[in-house]
Ligand binder design. Structure first.
Ligand SMILES: [Zn+2]
Length: 110
């Protein structure tokens, strides 16, 4: 995707920057907080790629700095989270879990 990917030690305190995406001078940059667990870094990376794919023009005005995981404070964050979930989650597994949840719900209604 011709982006610069940076791994930066940004800390592990609760409001530490998890990652960011910016588009400046026709160059796209994604930075991931390398202090976070690998599984979380994978989610953050996909979230920042989502911003790159969906929100590149908006990023020219204001870069996306992500301080919260699963932040849905804006439409941009919500869309990036949906994109990430669609990419990382296996459809069959999600459907299985939904079916289990529906069975439990039905069982509770009896
Ligand atoms: Zn974001």
């Amino acid at each position: 995707m011709k982006m610069i990917l940076l791994a930066e030690a940004l800390g592990t305190f609760p409001n530490a920057c998890k990652g960011f995406y910016l588009y400046k001078a026709r160059q796209q940059v994604i930075a991931i907080n390398s202090d976070l667990p690998e599984g979380i870094q994978r989610i953050i990376l996909m979230h920042e790629i989502a911003h790159a794919v969906l929100h590149r023009k908006a990023s020219g005005i204001k870069p996306f700095h992500d301080f919260a995981l699963f932040d849905e404070a804006s439409t941009y964050e919500y869309e990036a989270n949906i994109f990430t979930a669609d990419y990382l989650l296996n459809d069959a597994e999600v459907l299985d879990l939904l079916n289990v949840a529906i069975r439990i719900d039905n069982w509770h209604l009896r």
